[in-house]
Ligand binder design. Structure first.
Ligand SMILES: Cc1cc2nc3c(=O)[nH]c(=O)nc-3n(C[C@H](O)[C@H](O)[C@H](O)COP(=O)(O)OP(=O)(O)OC[C@H]3O[C@@H](n4cnc5c(N)ncnc54)[C@H](O)[C@@H]3O)c2cc1C
Length: 470
């Protein structure tokens, strides 16, 4: 329990000004970007360095206080909702870029660095950090690592996991460990770096990360393929990949999404078509020209009504920004926006799109779909109202069916947003009892008192959403 002595000790570690236990201060951190989940923490603290993080963890261990590490709270799986109260840990002071190493092509940063700041920082030096979640203007590297976030460039360049070379982590007993390093190769024991990536703050607290950089591509071309048939767009995705072309970006937006995005971004997106694919290739100019021509032909063969090239970089950037704003644009439609990220093997994208449409019709829901089609990662999204319990029931049932369909097609319940509380009830669908037991054994070994982000990843049992209107 957080009593007076706990607060005194906490303030002594991080400074009085870095502890907030006021109701207003706690309320701000009682929810994240996930609708329908809210729970008050008992306090919020912002340590200034790794040593302070370690001391705070030791203190919480002594008092058995849950710790919820939190970046910018943009996760979409209720991953930072303090479901069991406790202490929310912020990294607003631990937001420095520590070292850009051009000889090893690495950058070492603190967890609170904003993703886009890192990307811009390295691009000034002619280097490239590809993971670009649509939330990159506000998300933190600590959050990206713990969700193993992907982005528009995931198809060709991979996701956050592919760029994490080493970590400094504070364990549940306060020990500070280092994994990996500025190394191209390292097989010294178990791969703890990979274990911590995507662990959603449940296994350790990341206090520093060394990330891989690559040379910036020499050139880039962007095009938009327009379709009057959603499945034709999905077929184009499978066809491009089966012809062994790996574009940098292969994104999908359906008509309802296009309409709201255009209304939001006002860049002249076509709203009279049923779907578009945003396609980009980067690299040496010759390869870019060749691939873009091949992909244009494939799209037309698969019944695209037309293919439009971005004429300037600012036109291309406007298209990317519009795609990145899809969720924010959809969120303007209704009070509650439920977005999921069912993911299937790329070859199954057309079947998944078809299934989502059928499920939408079955449950009489307006499902808007967009996403990283080239990764098989779709974001079926339902603008709804949490106060409409009858509709929320249908949303719940529709998403359960979408997850079941994704698994049936060889896919998964989440491609990049993580499990958190939101998808915990479905984890067993993907892993089976035995798979969940292995994960629980790892959690129990590293955090036997269950103080690190408790209530996430592993469900108590029910798969019911806790609905709170906002
Ligand atoms: C508009 C919008 C667009 C999005 N687009 C994408 C997208 O394209 N791709 C994608 O993958 N995701 C996307 N997301 C989801 C979200 O932005 C990502 O999951 C992001 O990585 C979360 O970063 P954050 O800093 O907000 O972390 P938070 O939400 O604060 O935390 C995420 C998880 O990381 C843990 N955590 C945070 N910092 C630490 C730390 N230092 N140590 C240990 N654990 C920690 C938290 O406990 C939590 O489990 C989007 C979200 C929104 C709102």
């Amino acid at each position: 329990m957080m009593d007076h002595s706990f607060f005194e000790k906490l303030q002594a570690i991080v400074g009085k000004e870095n502890v907030d236990s006021t109701k207003a201060g706690r309320l701000v951190y009682s929810y994240d970007a996930t609708p329908g989940f809210q729970s008050m923490p008992d306090a919020v603290a912002a340590p200034r360095n790794t040593r302070e993080v370690s001391e705070v963890v030791k203190l919480c261990q002594e008092y058995k206080i849950p710790i919820v590490p939190r970046g910018s709270g943009t996760n979409l799986c209720a991953g930072t909702t303090p479901s069991e109260g406790g202490l929310v840990l912020l990294f607003k002071h631990m937001n420095k870029i520590l070292d850009l190493d051009k000889e090893n092509l690495t950058i070492t940063v603190q967890p609170g660095v904003i993703t886009q700041d890192l990307i811009k920082h390295v691009e000034k030096e002619g280097l490239f950090y590809p993971p670009d979640p649509s939330s990159m203007k506000i998300s933190t590297i600590g959050g990206n690592i713990n969700e193993n976030s992907g982005g528009l460039r995931g198809l060709k360049y991979g996701v956050t996991r592919d760029y994490v070379l080493g970590l400094e982590a504070v364990m549940a007993n306060g020990d500070i460990i280092r994994t990996g390093g500025k190394l191209a190769k390292d097989v010294a024991g178990y791969d703890l770096t990979r274990l911590f990536v995507g662990s959603e703050g449940t296994l350790s607290i990341i206090t520093e990360a060394t990330l891989k950089l690559i040379p910036i591509p020499q050139s880039k071309k962007t095009m938009l393929a327009l379709y009057q048939d959603m499945e034709a767009a999905a077929r184009s995705v499978s066809s491009i990949i089966s012809k062994q072309i790996i574009p940098a970006t292969l994104e999908f937006l359906d008509q309802p999404t296009l309409k709201v995005v255009e209304d939001f971004a006002k860049i002249g997106l076509p709203t009279d078509v049923k779907a578009v694919l945003l396609i980009e290739q980067d690299g040496p100019q010759e390869l870019v020209e060749r691939d873009i021509k091949l992909m244009m032909d494939i799209c037309l063969q698969e019944d695209a009504v037309s293919v439009e090239m971005a004429k300037t970089e600012s036109e291309a950037e406007a298209l990317r920004t519009a795609r990145r704003s899809a969720l924010s644009a959809l969120a303007r439609l209704k009070p509650t926006t439920i977005l999921e990220d069912a993911t299937v093997p790329r070859s199954q994208i057309s079947n998944m799109v078809k299934a989502i449409n059928e499920i939408g019709e079955k449950y009489k829901l307006n499902i808007c779909t967009f996403g990283h089609a080239g990764d098989g990662n779709l974001h079926p999204t339902v603008p709804t109202d949490a106060r409409n319990h009858e509709e929320m029931e249908r949303v719940e049932m529709a998403f359960a069916e979408i997850f079941a369909k994704a698994i049936e097609l060889g896919g998964t319940i989440t491609g990049e947003h993580g499990v958190g509380m939101m998808k915990a009830p479905y984890l067993e669908w993907k892993l089976g009892k035995e798979g969940v037991a292995v994960m629980k054994a790892i959690k129990a070994a590293l955090d036997p008192s269950n103080i690190l982000n408790p209530g996430k990843v592993f469900a108590k049992e029910s798969r019911k959403r806790v609905v709170v209107s906002r």
